[in-house]
Ligand binder design. Structure first.
Ligand SMILES: Cc1cc2nc3c(=O)[nH]c(=O)nc-3n(C[C@H](O)[C@H](O)[C@H](O)COP(=O)(O)O)c2cc1C
Length: 329
């Protein structure tokens, strides 16, 4: 059974709306190195009306194991029905979002709004603990005032969290601002539950550095997981974890495989939109990546987008090579 003290490799895919769908998770599983997958963030209110057949956002492949489903909610009463309904997907773990600063979420009183109300944060975390039988995580951001940050971590740990994910930025900070790893270090040394650090990990060496600098139990990777889906493999290799053979020789093969998996897993026409979201990050692998991004964005179908990507990569063969030594097992 999944246990937050034994995430191995200690590498976690971050929840990212529009990106960490079942197709990306399957692709990552093929590449290897992920110790825990997160779903996209789901509305607890909407989740209570979902059915497994009706929601591609909740479908899973079985390769994306262990999977943590993240929800957002603004009242304790929304949690029970959502967890009950979500059990149909058999997630290995659950997470309640405490850090999302998106105006649409905060306006509802969810995400980062919960960080501002310690009493509500306590009641929400206690209700999650009551409803979730298995491992429970909370993903939080930090406060400038360290005292308020540790007040929050103590509440969440005290209400029975099995691990905390610390995204080391405050809710007002854009993702371009440097992450403040010192908060991860301090939380790791103060708390007796595992702390998973998040923010600004861009390559395998950053994973090793975050672990050394902060003493965190695990490392969560967000944007770099989309830009370079092989980053988990690279990091796991550095940590000495066993890996499956590398199936892909070219970055373009990784892109085409994602298009194929979207076609298999998700319903049209949303899958094209998801490939476009992916391409926004993936195109950063190439010096003239904006051309790739533009071509995919102008495509009217998955097939056309895949064809354009193949053409682009064919013209930039040198950059397309994936047989970096660190990736081949
Ligand atoms: C497009 C996008 C969507 C995101 N959606 C969520 C989300 O649904 N839930 C959440 O907790 N964090 C979300 N995040 C934040 C990431 O999980 C992560 O905390 C952040 O990107 C910092 O990690 P990184 O520096 O490795 O990218 C999102 C980030 C991005 C870029």
């Amino acid at each position: 059974m999944f246990n937050t003290r034994r995430i191995f490799p200690p590498l976690v895919l971050a929840p990212m709306a529009g990106l960490t769908h079942v197709a990306l998770r399957r692709l990552l599983a093929e590449l290897g190195g992920v110790g825990l997958y997160y779903s996209e963030m789901l509305s607890a209110r909407a989740l209570r009306h979902e059915t497994p057949a009706g929601s591609s956002r909740l479908s899973r492949s079985g390769e994306d194991r262990p999977l943590c489903v993240q929800i957002f909610a603004s009242e304790p009463g929304q949690i029970g029905p959502a967890v009950e309904r979500g059990a149909a997907w058999s997630p290995e773990a659950w997470d309640l979002n405490f850090g999302c600063p998106a105006p649409g979420i905060v306006k509802q009183g969810a995400g980062a709004a919960l960080m501002q109300r310690p009493d509500l944060a306590r009641r929400m975390s206690a209700e999650m603990r009551r409803c979730v039988k298995g491992p429970l995580l909370f993903k939080i951001r930090v406060f400038e005032e360290r005292r308020r940050f540790f007040e929050l971590t103590d509440i969440l740990a005290g209400e029975g969290a099995d691990a905390l994910v610390v995204h080391a930025r405050n809710p007002g900070q854009k993702l371009g601002r440097p992450a403040r790893w010192e908060y991860i270090a301090e939380a790791s040394s103060r708390l007796s539950i595992p702390v998973i650090g998040n923010g600004d990990v861009r390559c395998g060496a950053d994973v090793v550095r975050m672990r050394e600098v902060t003493g965190c139990s695990g490392v969560m990777i967000g944007r770099a997981a989309v830009e370079r889906p092989w980053i988990f493999r690279e990091a796991a290799g550095l940590l000495g974890a066993p890996l499956p053979p590398l199936r892909y020789r070219r970055k373009s093969e990784v892109f085409l495989r994602l298009a194929e998996l979207l076609d298999e897993e998700l319903e049209h026409p949303r899958d094209l939109y998801r490939l476009k979201e992916f391409a926004g990050y993936f195109s950063r692998n190439f010096k003239f990546g904006h051309q790739l991004w533009k071509a995919v964005n102008n495509a009217g179908s998955l097939e056309e987008a895949a064809g354009k990507a193949e053409e682009f990569c064919g013209r930039h063969e040198e950059e397309d090579d994936l047989r970096e030594r660190s990736l081949v097992s």
